[in-house]
Design a protein around this ligand. Structure first.
Ligand SMILES: [Zn+2]
Length: 140
């Protein structure tokens, strides 16, 4: 497996290319810092008006040991980059993240299962109902 810093750069570049191609968005220059002070349920975060993504190193090392570090970083960094691009709504970010992940990695991937875990339960329900009955993706 590639060294940590190199892998992070590879993932960042891939996300930048994918966002430009799929959403027409230019991603600013971003840096990633692994930190060990976050509680287990916080996987990563960004501060307002800051282009640094802080990643929970313990949780990341678990994914690395399982061999899913690329997928893990991609899902996580994409999420934070969508925030940096100005999408503040948590539910919206998780929905876009899952859509892009499904397209790129497919439904059998670790990335997809991970993004699905992060999805808002309401969207999970809608996704399921859409698949079963072909109903429109909205509800009142
Ligand atoms: Zn978020």
């Amino acid at each position: 497996m590639p060294a940590l810093g190199i892998l992070i750069d590879i993932v960042l570049e891939d996300i930048k290319e994918d966002l430009k191609r799929k959403l027409g968005k230019e991603v600013p220059s971003i840096s990633v810092k692994l930190v060990d002070y976050l509680p287990p349920h916080i996987l990563a975060y960004v501060r307002a008006n800051d282009y640094t993504i802080y990643v929970n190193s313990q949780q990341y090392m678990r994914a690395r040991e399982l061999g899913f570090e690329y997928d893990y970083l991609y899902v996580l960094l994409l999420h934070e980059i969508l925030h940096i691009l100005g999408i503040a709504d948590e539910r919206e970010v998780r929905r876009i993240d899952l859509e892009l992940i499904e397209e790129k990695f497919g439904e059998e991937s670790f990335a997809y299962r991970f993004a699905l875990e992060l999805l808002d339960p309401r969207d999970l329900y809608l996704k399921g109902s859409q698949r079963l009955g072909g109903k429109p993706n909205t509800f009142m």
